[in-house]
Design a protein around this ligand. Structure first.
Ligand SMILES: Cc1cc2nc3c(=O)[nH]c(=O)nc-3n(C[C@H](O)[C@H](O)[C@H](O)COP(=O)(O)OP(=O)(O)OC[C@H]3O[C@@H](n4cnc5c(N)ncnc54)[C@H](O)[C@@H]3O)c2cc1C
Length: 411
């Protein structure tokens, strides 16, 4: 019987080392700035993070998602799930291990689509942790849910391209030394065609790349930039993955990147459930603790069941990626389910905490603010539902059963 959920001893050892580093070193080191955002200067805070990153490197807990030849831990996606789920117990954990979005997705993209020169120039320093990057696809004027509508366009001029356009919500742009930018190059291709766009690597700063503001969001100003692109010139060799492949590259990038988000969201959901239970066993009302109230037990039980489903879905999708199977339906189902479970579980934890949950004395309010974007970015709920339904209907039409669209499991 090949189904086995135990980890190999060497992977269990890694998981425990990551847990120890996150719980024993990272969380205590960043506790103050996270709790009292303005108590420490940004400079001190960054120095702390940089110091932690050096420690992670020295401990061999660096780049869990990258192959060993690039300085990574050489883990498969199943093992990565447990590392990300440990690192995600604090928001800076993935930064310290250098496996955070959007750099993590960009590293995969450069590894698989970059030529040797691009890998040395952009991937190498990203892996070393000496530069940061961003991914620029979404535009305010057209629906980000349909990237074939992209209007930012690049016109060929000799061995250069002149790019004009407008992007927004470009995470990490202000900290980045380069961007992977998606622009329309095939102007004669009809709107809606997936072959109309090309990915370019853009050095930052570059003349014509204008970071006009950081968009203020419901969790504050967090580094999601609006970029106005005016007559930005890039060379032919800055094309990544070949002309006309922008859509394909973007979609390929998003698959594992969505799953990596889910791995980190599991950590946040588990923290919320832990807090819910802890509060319920210590709070007393109407003759018993909250944990003894059926209404509270239902919230705990629903959350535990959902978190269990989240973990199984993440592990199964990771397993499919590792095997080289088609995982598109599974990653859509997982991303949708984990994002919604995360929101529900944090919301229930707030409910059980009462006024304290609504306050900023606990991390729950901030966690809910951050969790909300999970349902609309990297594929909104409805887009994933649309794709899941399409593939389920197609499976039935092809084979007379929907079985292959529900994980293709042997039951
Ligand atoms: C915190 C955060 C970080 C981000 N980081 C980046 C980044 O680094 N780089 C980048 O390029 N982008 C980034 N984005 C943008 C993100 O990818 C887009 O928000 C997302 O693709 C949705 O596009 P949109 O906002 O234009 O919404 P729209 O496409 O306008 O959709 C709005 C809503 O309409 C509904 N909808 C849309 N299409 C359909 C449909 N076909 N059927 C049914 N309902 C539909 C959905 O409910 C959807 O939420 C980020 C967004 C956030 C919030």
């Amino acid at each position: 019987m090949a189904i086995d959920f135990t980890l190999a001893p060497e992977h269990e050892e890694i998981r425990l080392r990551v847990r120890e580093f996150v719980q024993g070193t990272i969380i205590p080191a960043v506790a103050r700035p996270e709790d009292e955002e303005h108590a420490l200067s940004r400079r001190d805070y960054l120095a702390t993070i940089i110091g932690l990153r050096e420690q992670a490197k020295a401990l061999g807990l660096w780049l869990p998602h990258m192959p060993k030849e690039w300085g990574g831990m050489g883990l498969g996606h199943v093992e990565l799930a447990m590392v990300q789920a440990e690192a995600g117990k604090t928001r800076v954990g993935p930064w310290v291990l250098n496996c955070m979005a959007p750099d993590e997705g960009n590293m995969h993209t450069l590894l698989h689509w970059g030529n040797d020169d691009q890998k040395e120039r952009y991937l190498r320093p990203l892996c070393d942790g000496t530069v940061m990057s961003c991914f620029a696809m979404t535009e305010p004027e057209v629906a980000g849910s349909d990237p074939t509508l992209i209007r930012t366009h690049a016109e060929k001029d000799g061995d250069e391209w002149i790019i004009n356009g407008h992007k927004w919500f470009i995470s990490n742009a202000r900290r980045s030394q380069f961007a992977i930018l998606i622009a329309r190059t095939e102007l004669d291709v009809p709107e809606g065609s997936s072959g109309a766009t090309t990915a370019f690597i853009v050095d930052i700063p570059s003349q014509g790349w204008n970071d006009v503001r950081e968009v203020e969001t419901m969790h504050g100003s967090t580094g999601h930039s609006e970029i106005v692109i005016e007559d930005l010139r890039v060379k032919d060799e800055q094309i990544l993955g070949g002309r006309g492949n922008g859509h394909r590259l973007g979609q390929a990038r998003l698959g594992p990147a969505r799953l990596a988000h889910c791995m980190r969201w599991i950590a946040q959901a588990e923290t919320a459930l832990d807090m819910m239970v802890d509060r319920s066993i210590h709070r007393y009302s109407h003759g018993s603790t909250l944990a003894e109230k059926q209404g509270v037990q239902w919230m705990i039980a629903d959350s535990a069941m959902e978190l269990y489903q989240c973990k199984l879905m993440v592990l199964h999708t990771a397993y499919k990626i590792d095997r080289g199977d088609d995982f598109r339906t599974e990653v859509s189902m997982t991303k949708h389910f984990v994002a919604n479970s995360l929101n529900r579980i944090i919301d229930r934890a707030i409910q059980v905490h009462g006024a304290l949950g609504y306050s900023t004395d606990t991390p729950l309010a901030s966690m809910l603010q951050h969790a909300r974007w999970a349902r609309l970015a990297d594929g909104a709920d409805e887009i994933h539902q649309m794709r899941i339904a399409e593939r389920t209907i197609a499976a039935y039409k092809d084979s007379g059963t929907t079985s292959s669209a529900t994980g293709a499991l042997p039951i």
